[in-house]
Design a binder for this molecule. Structure first.
Ligand code: COA
Length: 593
């Protein structure tokens, strides 16, 4: 229900229909009753083909967006992903119907350790069985089926939510058309495990934990708060902590003076703001979370290992059928870029439709919740409802020549793909499939918007994401002159593709030479529209230079197209003066055998 543009979202509860033998968990346990707390909102299409399932992070819940009651609307909305989800947002609820549910093992309405065990009529406590990420996803699939949804348009989640999305993509490939994985990985690395391990130790070593059977007695709040404080450190980057707090002192603590900072009581507390902040985060957390849930869910997260479960990451990637968008964050040291890129590489090895963005996010891991402007744009562009149709009539003659040099039905890599028009043209004219590469987030958003798979990658760093011989053809259109090491770029493209089409401006063109000769300044015109001081072209080379590089470096030129200017150039070309005649050169090259 929407009230004056504001969504009032109802908290719902669903008791799942289970088989007589109950719900069997992967680690052998059984649950005879399963309740799931969920919220849903947005616009459901008559075909029910626009459902987006949101997977929440470690300690989140089903309340991802909106207000629960009309009385709330005077206060800021309390959903944990406000701005990402809602009308006009990344997941646009004017086009999509969103479902978000609390995870199995949680404490926000879905069956977990604090729920009543139907066999004893007491909270499960220590009797709650071990759960896995697979179980969590299975329960959510049961919920969606119970609600009448056999398919979903997309699953999306960040952090632990992203791990669930990965599991969706490999476990239910037929059910999930688009998977959006943000700031996540196929498994936790040793450093991340270490924080979880010490956090759990803090809980189980709290005497109030009582082996998990503390319900109705004192809760292990001290242990849980300590675990949260520790985990919270991993959600922020060093920069973000420095900017927020530095070595600043907490003024009210300072005012309370030595009595507070009581060395004789050996509490060793400091006056630093960061201590106060972590205290606050710990305190807030114990008021909304259950220690046993924390133990079970973090344990499920720690045990999650996609490569181990399927033998290797490629085997897991092979199961994926839909499109995948992976996003990593620059300041995230909990789920690192390397881990995201490992996933991208596995998906590429299996030829899957993957797009990848590495976003500038100095705030760290939590940036997927707090700094979402770019993330929102990428996700919105990725969602099929916002796709705009590519029109091939406005495409340049050069692009058509390139298309003619790309084999029919080839797998293509377009380096420096810009807004993705060339990829779209190749698809239309040559039935190709493949990826674009670019470094500019604005261009990537546009390319994703017209339905292309794009990898954010700096060509100057090589193409480490891409395995050898992944593509039939690579295209380097108007890019060779802007990369730092052109030879390295050519070698890289001939590593990942059997052949390549390279288009470049020819600085041996007579017009360019004449300009330099007569005016004594670097040439500028329709085809070289830059001043020397703001040009992206850092290598000015000619057709002859290119030929020399190929000859010296074991590269064969298989086919060349010369783009000429007016009458004089055409005449010069006819007379065999290719270098001065060509404004631009388009060459098909391969490694010499
Ligand atoms: N002493 C005590 N409290 C302080 C403080 C200080 N020196 N400085 C700030 N705070 C408090 C603020 O009053 C505010 O309190 P409130 O949340 O009760 O209103 C809170 O700290 C602000 O925290 P901050 O981290 O600066 O906010 P943010 O906008 O950058 O991030 C959240 C918001 C919700 C993302 C973040 O607080 C959080 O909870 N992160 C963890 C989310 C999570 O679980 N991520 C893991 C995914 S696996």
């Amino acid at each position: 229900m929407r009230k004056s543009g504001i969504e009032i979202v109802e908290e719902k509860q669903c008791v799942l229909t289970l088989p007589p033998e109950g719900f069997r968990l992967e680690k052998g346990g059984v649950l005879n009753r399963l309740e799931v707390a969920y919220e849903c909102f947005g616009t459901l299409s008559p075909q029910k083909d626009n459902v987006v399932f949101v997977c929440h992070a470690l300690t989140g819940d089903a309340h991802v967006y909106g207000y629960h009651t009309e009385d709330d609307v005077s206060r800021p909305a309390t959903g944990w992903w406000e701005g990402m989800i809602g009308p006009g947002c990344g997941i646009d609820t004017d086009h999509y119907f969103v479902v978000c549910a609390n995870v199995l093992g949680g404490c926000r309405g879905t069956t977990g350790p604090a729920s009543l065990n139907p066999d004893t009529d007491k909270p499960y406590g220590s009797a709650f069985p071990e759960i896995t990420v697979g179980d969590i996803v299975d329960v959510h699939v049961l919920l969606l089926k119970e609600l009448g949804f056999e398919q979903i348009c997309a699953a999306i989640g960040g952090s632990f939510g992203g791990m669930q999305v990965l599991e969706w993509a490999v476990r239910y490939p037929e059910m999930c058309a688009n998977s959006i994985v943000v700031a996540a990985a196929a498994s936790l690395n040793a450093q991340a495990l270490a924080f979880d391990i010490v956090g759990r130790q803090a809980i189980v070593q709290d005497p109030d934990w009582a082996n998990g059977d503390y319900y109705g007695a004192r809760r292990p709040d001290a242990g849980l708060a300590r675990a949260r404080k520790l985990a919270h450190i991993t959600y922020l980057s060093q920069d973000s902590m420095e900017n927020k707090f530095g070595r600043n002192k907490q003024q009210d603590w300072v005012e309370r003076g030595e009595a507070f900072h009581d060395f004789s009581r050996r509490n060793f507390r400091t006056f630093f703001q960061i201590e106060s902040y972590l205290e606050h985060q710990g305190e807030k957390f114990i008021n909304r979370f259950d220690a046993n849930s924390y133990l079970h869910i973090t344990r499920a997260m720690d045990d999650y290992d996609l490569a181990e479960a399927y033998g290797c990451l490629e085997a897991a990637a092979e199961r994926v059928k839909g499109r995948v968008l992976l996003v990593s964050l620059s300041g995230d040291w909990l789920f690192t870029t390397d881990q995201a890129e490992e996933l991208v590489e596995a998906l590429l090895r299996k030829g899957r439709a993957v797009s990848y963005c590495h976003l500038d996010a100095p705030a760290g891991h939590d940036a997927f919740l707090t700094h979402i402007d770019e993330l929102k744009q990428v996700i919105r562009a990725f969602m099929p409802a916002h796709r705009y149709t590519f029109k091939s009539d406005s495409i340049s003659a050069e692009y058509r020549v390139i298309a003619g040099m790309v084999p029919q039905g080839a797998r293509v890599l377009d380096l420096g793909c810009g807004n993705g028009e060339l990829l779209a043209l190749l698809k239309e004219l040559r039935g190709t499939d493949g990826h674009g590469i670019d470094i500019d987030i604005g261009e990537i958003v546009q390319a994703v918007h017209i339905g292309q798979n794009v990898l954010m990658c700096d060509i100057d760093r090589g193409l480490p994401l891409i395995p050898d011989n992944t593509y039939d053809s690579a295209v380097l259109s108007e890019t060779l002159q802007v990369v730092r090491e052109p030879l390295r770029a050519v070698e890289e493209i001939l590593r990942v593709a059997k052949e390549a089409v390279v288009a470049f401006p020819n600085f041996g063109y007579w017009g360019v030479r004449l300009h330099l000769l007569l005016k004594g300044t670097m040439p500028k015109g329709r085809h070289i529209p830059y001043e020397w001081y703001n040009t992206p072209n850092i290598h000015l080379f000619t057709l002859n230079d290119f030929r020399k590089m190929c000859a010296n470096c074991g590269i064969e030129i298989l086919e060349t197209h010369y783009v000429t200017g007016g009458f004089l150039s055409r005449l010069a070309l006819k007379l065999g003066f290719k270098n001065p005649a060509s404004r631009q050169v388009i060459a098909r090259i391969a490694r010499r055998r």
